[in-house]
Design a protein around this ligand. Structure first.
Ligand code: NAD
Ligand code: ZN
Length: 346
């Protein structure tokens, strides 16, 4: 697997030429169809026949029904095992396209061309594909690596600000768990604009790639990528249940504040670094009002998280900026105290 910044699509063209597939299937959603596909097609240099497959935009589309429709379309197109699927979109498209490609005829090759910041730095990397089922996120899926990931940062020019900020949370996370310099460069950005972020995308991609290469099946170090996600996911689910969905990155920013405070309460990280992290995140992310959620609801959701065994809540917590421990079991009262701490920031 290669992941590259491909500023003028030369590497994509070379890759397709060398692979020489029978057919290209380009999966898009309605937004990437409008904003990204014309740029891709304008740069694609190939005689290989291609088909465009469009789905509606949004997480609600990441279902078995959509997957079944896509398998059907592929059958109609006589797609054979030498075809190449090109996933052009955010995490919904790369998760869905990767899942469908990795299961159709026991697996055809696919590549990811992420078009959101979250996709570029996180979702398109690491070989996890999947769909949601019965209100459970990513509950059905495969571990299947894309042949390659081509990142064209200019796609970010049309991405709504809220989506840009959501992806930025994962970049901050990469700095916090693995690379202090990356964290410091990001926290010092004057404001979130594509041009400001461009120089740091490659480092963020490489941090994720490096972690995944060491532990593809998430048995040890890959768990550090869950920093901010144990509390973050629980709160994200609660907002969703109350018909007030929030973006994933906003939930992760909240989760990272709580879990940094939790790292401090567990005597892992210094007071000075705790303060630096929390004020750094607050510079970009507003404090969300969560006082109306009951702490018990949050705790119950965390206990049900598929990453936990036997009722224990395990966390990935920071030992210092750039160093993250995993499988840390914590005192429940410290979790409640960390959430209360967040509520009092607002
Ligand atoms: P998304 O794919 O829904 O994209 C967000 C929105 O931006 C959509 O409306 C999309 O149409 C639009 N969009 C995409 N690119 C655009 C562009 N260049 N210009 C304008 N609009 C554009 O969401 P996301 O945040 O990219 O991904 C979230 C998904 O990723 C979730 O389903 C999550 O589970 C998954 N994910 C997977 C992994 C993994 O390891 N597989 C990791 C993290 C997240
Ligand atoms: Zn995440």
């Amino acid at each position: 697997m290669i992941s590259v910044l491909d500023k003028n699509f030369t590497q994509l063209n070379t890759f397709i030429q060398q692979l020489n597939p029978t057919q290209l299937l380009i999966l898009v959603d309605e937004n990437t169809h409008e904003f990204c596909l014309p740029i891709l097609l304008g740069n694609l240099e190939t005689e290989i026949p291609f088909e465009i497959i469009e789905i509606e935009a949004g997480e609600e589309m990441k279902t078995l029904e959509t997957a079944a429709q896509l398998w059907e379309i592929m059958t109609e197109f006589n797609t054979d095992r030498k075809a190449l699927m090109i996933n052009l979109g955010g995490g919904v498209i790369t998760d869905m396209g990767g899942f469908v490609a990795s299961t159709y005829k026991r697996g055809i090759k696919f590549i990811n061309i992420p078009t959101t910041l979250l996709g570029m730095c996180d979702a398109s990397i690491g070989g996890k594909t999947g769909i949601d089922h019965q209100y459970l996120k990513n509950i059905i899926g495969t571990f299947a690596e894309s042949e390659a990931i081509f990142v064209f940062p200019e796609f970010l020019q049309t991405l709504p600000f809220a989506q840009l900020r959501s992806g930025f949370a994962e970049m901050l996370k990469h700095g916090l768990i693995a690379d202090k310099k990356h964290w410091q460069e990001l926290k010092n950005l004057p404001e979130l604009q594509p041009e400001n972020i461009f120089p740091f995308i490659e480092t963020s991609m490489k941090i994720k790639e490096n972690v995944v290469q060491q532990d593809f099946r998430e048995e040890n170090i890959r768990k550090t990528l869950n920093f901010g996600h144990t509390i973050g996911h629980a709160v994200e689910s609660l907002f969703l249940r109350n018909n007030m969905p929030i973006l994933h990155g906003d939930a992760v920013a909240l989760g990272m504040i709580c879990e940094t405070q939790l790292s401090f309460l567990q005597n892992l990280i210094s007071a000075a670094e705790t303060e630096e992290i929390i004020s750094g995140i607050q510079k970009f992310f507003p404090i969300l009002s969560i006082a109306h959620f009951n702490d018990n609801e949050i705790m119950a959701l965390m206990r049900n998280d598929k990453k936990n065994a036997a009722g224990m809540i395990n966390f990935s917590l920071l030992r210092s900026i750039g160093k993250c421990d995993f499988d840390v079991s914590v005192l429940p009262e410290n979790i409640v105290s960390a959430i209360d701490f967040y509520e009092n920031l607002g």
